[in-house]
Ligand binder design. Structure first.
Ligand code: RIB
Ligand code: CA
Length: 430
């Protein structure tokens, strides 16, 4: 482990934002990328692995053409090459769902269809020498993670989960005691608490993809089989969605010829890295514009940023670094619901800040905004229906899950991302 840097295992299902998050990690001197483990999720596991290799290919071409920029990617030149390992192809239980609609069949906006130069030859299980920057291994993601936990100092490694939690659940099944003793911090992008879902009205994709893994990790049948929640940080859509890369900013700052057109982006005079990112972001922009949003949501990038700024700590009571806040939330996860699979069910019956029974939330919210008043005064005057309330199902006596509620701000992340990944200045805050 390199002194002072945070050794990380990046567990990912690349995916558009996963790849930008990986580039961000490779460009972040605070991190020491020990391993990249891939799984199904945005696409299938094989395509996930190829997308990591496509990223390294683009970076290699870029740094060969612009050697003066090599210092920007300290984790590209790391002495001990990151291990690239295959993980789960399917969830622990339940149906397999992918997010290919958004990310394209290949997980990267189907770039290879539009740009054959961005494809890579299949690199299955060649040995260490088969790739100059990563150690491609046939050892499973779980066994790679177990070995790294054994070999590194206790509580030093941060596990960054950017996709379904299946790999992490299988890691815990393999040796929960080792993980609980040795892991430093787990940073997980997933869930939706007080906001709508992005994969269904109520579920965020990573937790939708494998709700069984989430349940096993956060609400285990026996406490000693679950994650050490005092070292677990969850970043739900509530906090990640407001962090965006506006495409007009990308066009102005990174790629002036970036167009939302179906025809291939003009790559003749772009840098290899910009050609690579613009080629998949074109597809992202087309999809996001269908939702009326001309920006990319930086979900996984916020999780990597959180890991960068909040290294493992010896005392779990240590607060997060300046600008970062988290609060404990208790919830259950729906595993089988026809409409609610992956939903985080928050019991608001004991939440005094919730709306009164019968309140028309939309109406109350409108009044709140108009009056800029904290709710309470607008409690519904309707008598709550006098119904027999059954005893709530036996609640897990969970200590609650630490969910990030504040970051130093979307503008700060955007500027840091632009500078580190593309080497360009950010935008002045308005
Ligand atoms: O809901 C956002 C998450 O789902 C991100 O990790 C994105 O990559 C997709 O996997
Ligand atoms: Ca992801």
């Amino acid at each position: 482990m390199s002194s002072g840097r945070i050794p990380v295992i990046i567990d990912t299902d690349p995916g558009i934002d996963d790849i930008i998050a990986l580039l961000f990690a490779l460009a972040s001197p605070e991190l020491d990328v020990l391993a990249i483990t891939v799984s199904y999720g945005n696409t299938d596991m094989a395509a996930s692995k190829l997308n990591v290799l496509k990223t390294y290919q683009a970076l290699t071409l870029h740094l060969e053409k612009h050697p003066e920029q090599q210092s920007r990617f300290p984790n590209y030149f790391s002495t001990s090459k990151p291990i690239l390992a295959e993980g789960s192809e399917i969830p622990l239980e339940g149906d397999l769902h992918s997010a290919q609609y958004f990310h394209g069949r290949d997980g990267l906006g189907d770039i290879s269809k539009r740009h054959a130069d961005l494809d890579v030859a299949r690199k299955d299980d060649g040995g260490d020498a088969s790739h100059p920057q990563v150690q491609i291994t046939g050892t499973s993601a779980v066994d790679v993670a177990l070995d790294l936990l054994r070999r590194n100092p206790a509580r030093s490694i941060t596990y960054i989960a950017l996709g379904p939690l299946t790999n992490l659940a299988r890691l815990m099944r393999a040796d929960a005691a080792l993980v609980r003793n040795k892991i430093g911090r787990i940073v997980c992008m997933g869930g939706a608490l007080d906001v709508p879902g992005n994969t269904s009205p109520v579920a965020e994709f990573n937790f939708f993809a494998d709700p069984y893994a989430v349940r096993e990790l956060l609400h285990p049948s026996q406490p000693e089989l679950g994650l050490p929640l005092e070292r677990f940080l969850m970043l739900p859509l509530d906090i990640t969605t407001p962090h965006e890369l506006p495409f007009p900013v990308y066009k102005a700052q990174v790629d002036p010829t970036f167009e939302n057109t179906s025809c291939p982006s003009l790559s003749k005079d772009k840098s290899p890295l910009t050609h690579f990112t613009s080629s998949f972001l074109e597809r992202t922009r087309e999809v996001m514009l269908e939702f009326g949003k001309d920006a990319m949501e930086l979900h996984d990038i916020v999780a990597v940023w959180c890991a960068i700024e909040n290294p493992p700590v010896a005392d779990a009571a240590t607060p997060l670094n300046r600008g970062w806040k988290a609060s404990r939330r208790t919830f259950e996860i729906e595993r089988t619901g026809e409409l609610t699979r992956g939903m985080l069910v928050v019991d608001r019956r004991e939440d005094e800040s919730a709306y009164a029974p019968g309140a028309n939330r939309a109406q109350v919210q409108a009044e709140l905004e108009k009056a800029a008043l904290p709710h309470g005064q607008f409690e519904s005057t309707a008598l709550p229906a006098q119904v027999e309330i059954e005893e709530p199902p036996q609640k897990h006596t969970s200590q609650g899950v630490l969910c990030v509620t504040d970051t130093p701000g979307p503008q700060m992340l955007l500027n840091l991302l632009l500078k580190r990944v593309w080497g360009v200045e950010g935008i002045k805050s308005s």
